[in-house]
Design a protein around this ligand. Structure first.
Ligand code: GLN
Length: 304
């Protein structure tokens, strides 16, 4: 399988397209990112790894980090996780409040903001030092200790995150938040501020392509069954109200973030991370989506 050649060709082609996306401007600090950055990195189980473009520049992981928080919560609570958050696509935008009122504070899934906030609440209740312990967990997935939160991004979002404050308070009113909403939100904004590059992201996500085992130290993070379920959730909910389109055009489980990153995995094959900061109307990387669509078409490597 010659991933390298296909990635090079698709990268050069997509680099030239006119990017119709916009930077996420509701988090002021994200507006300062160079909108033309574009990087790709693939880590495979059997064919090595390869990166191109700005794949070593760190950027704001944002909602991609929700996969790590869900993984940690799921490894602690197992199926009890689903008493607090559902497993259905929402069909609404990532920060929507509408369903929460109708569904009594049980978020549709762990990848919309409401669901990720409940997952943060679970972690606050179960970790001694949530911020430090969560970072240590992410670092252990990556195999090295350089990954960090960005204080700048976190404080920028803390000042402007009104919708998330509303979501957390509404869930609390329904009794599905145990801790003080101030602490839950503080942790949520910190986890969204994690900074990583495409190489690090693709390496971290490899355990989801490898039956729950890290590649660098063969540690079991989740059971096989739990791993399949995280992948099923990424497939059905990873791109919010564009999850159907991502399955339709790309055909891989994946997760996006408003920092412009997308990571997708092919079970037993690879994890690929793409970064292009301009977002489409659904809050997903415009170039990232286009790149992955052509990559899976050319490599004939979608899961379907
Ligand atoms: N921190 C962002 C928010 O809460 C994450 C959203 C995203 O990446 N889709 O709005």
């Amino acid at each position: 399988m010659n991933f390298e050649e296909i990635i090079k060709e698709v990268y050069e082609k997509k680099k030239l397209i006119s990017d119709e996306g916009q930077l996420a401007d509701y988090i002021p600090e994200l507006k300062l990112v160079d909108p033309d950055k574009f990087g790709v990195y693939i880590s495979t189980l059997h064919y090595g790894h390869f990166g191109i473009g700005d794949c070593y520049d760190r950027f704001s992981a944002q909602s991609i980090a929700k996969v790590f928080s869900l993984t940690l919560a799921y490894s602690i609570l197992d199926s009890k996780t689903w008493e607090r958050v559902g497993v259905e696509p929402s069909g609404t935008s990532f920060n929507s409040l509408i369903q929460l009122e109708l569904e009594h504070g049980i978020p549709r899934n762990p990848f919309i903001n409401a669901g990720a906030i409940v997952i943060c609440d679970i972690l606050l209740s179960h970790l001694d030092n949530p911020k430090e312990d969560f970072l240590a967990f992410v670092r252990s997935l990556s195999g090295h200790g350089e990954i960090n939160y960005s204080d700048k991004i976190a404080s920028s979002e803390k000042k402007a995150g009104y919708r998330n404050v509303a979501l957390c308070n509404l869930i609390k009113a329904f009794g599905n938040i145990e801790n003080d909403p101030v602490d839950v939100l503080d942790f949520y904004f910190d986890l969204c501020s994690l900074e990583m590059n495409c190489e690090e992201l693709s390496k971290i996500f490899l355990f989801l392509a490898n039956d729950g085992f890290t590649l660098h130290d063969q540690r079991q993070i989740l059971t096989r069954s739990q791993t399949k379920r995280i992948n099923a959730l990424m497939q059905t909910c990873g791109f919010y109200d564009e999850s159907g389109e991502f399955a339709f055009k790309v055909g891989l489980p994946g997760k996006s973030g408003v920092g412009g990153g997308i990571v997708a995995i092919h079970p037993k094959q690879y994890a690929i991370a793409v970064w292009g900061p301009r977002l489409n109307a659904k809050g997903n990387s415009y170039k990232g989506m286009r790149f992955l669509e052509e990559f899976t078409t050319r490599s004939e490597q979608s899961i379907f």
